[in-house]
Design a protein. Structure first.
Length: 285
């Protein structure tokens, strides 16, 4: 019954709705949008995370990953770009322990743009996932956005997600994000493929995103590495080339984790463009 309900939810886009102010400014040039809402670990690894999402980023970006491991988790995270003034604060709660259906809820308050394009957004996301077998996981999400400033919006859209464990160490994830078009450039429909090779100490990940909204298909590519020193201190590095948002980044970070929680830190440096300098932190318990 739970799996049947999950499939029904994923196949009922008519239940969602969207309303966006039609007087939307021109945001076709380089800018951030809500696809850039990640956690410190993800920023450090160049945005490559969808097949190995371990925290609140699974709720908004790869919901099928919520069912990968059983746990209760509470997370606080934030990021700020000293150049572009992009920033967010977030809280998330995940429960994949109580039932076979894993669930998570997250809230973001974020600011984007500057001058005539400045706007603020409140994004509430509910994600859920269930194992179809020991190797296949289905997930979905519902996003509710209230936005003001250069864009005024009150919208609901949905996500769909599939994650496959090809072996003990190899994972692949396929995601459809913002599948209901709400006419908002900050909440555009896109599709993502994630690949990851993860052992006890080494993780290598690669993501690609595809945007079909314009006259031609545009892609973004993300790659990252993580190496855990001493069983508790991850070191990370990454690179991304985003032809959707016209950005290019190098990044790095570190962290600490134990059975009771941990902390992640990241720095992302934009090559050219607006010269973004982003720092991010996440605490999870």
């Amino acid at each position: 019954m739970r799996r049947g309900l999950l499939v029904q939810i994923l196949l009922l886009p008519a239940l969602a709705f969207g309303q966006t102010d039609q007087s939307v400014p021109d945001l076709t040039g380089p800018h951030q949008n809500l696809s850039d809402l990640m956690r410190a670990r993800n920023y450090a690894m160049g945005g490559a995370y969808r097949a190995i999402a371990l925290g609140g980023e699974a709720i908004t970006g790869s919901p099928a990953a919520l069912a990968l491991r059983r746990r209760y988790e509470f997370e606080l995270s934030g990021a700020y770009d000293t150049k572009t003034k992009f920033g967010y604060g977030s809280v998330a709660v995940i429960d994949s322990q109580t039932t076979d259906v894993a669930a998570g809820i997250s809230y973001h308050f974020t600011t984007l743009g500057s001058g005539d394009t400045q706007r603020s957004a409140n994004l509430l996301t509910l994600g859920f996932a269930a194992p179809v077998s020991e190797s296949f996981y289905l997930g979905g999400g519902v996003k509710y956005l209230i936005e003001s400033g250069a864009i005024s919006a009150n919208s609901v859209t949905v996500d769909a997600s599939l994650l496959v464990r090809l072996s003990d160490s190899l994972f692949v994830a396929v995601n459809g994000q913002n599948l209901l078009d709400v006419g908002n450039p900050d909440l555009r429909r896109y599709y993502a493929l994630g690949l990851a090779y993860a052992t006890g100490t080494l993780t290598a990940a690669f993501d690609t995103r595809a945007d079909f909204n314009g006259p031609s298909v545009r892609f973004a590519y993300h790659g990252g590495l993580e190496y855990v020193v001493g069983g508790a201190f991850p070191l990370r590095a990454g690179y991304s080339y985003d032809n959707i948002l016209s950005t290019q980044y190098i990044s790095g970070g570190a962290g600490f984790f134990s059975k009771s929680g941990g902390i992640d830190l990241a720095y992302r440096h934009e090559l050219g463009g607006a010269g973004g300098r982003l720092i991010a932190i996440a605490l999870h318990f």
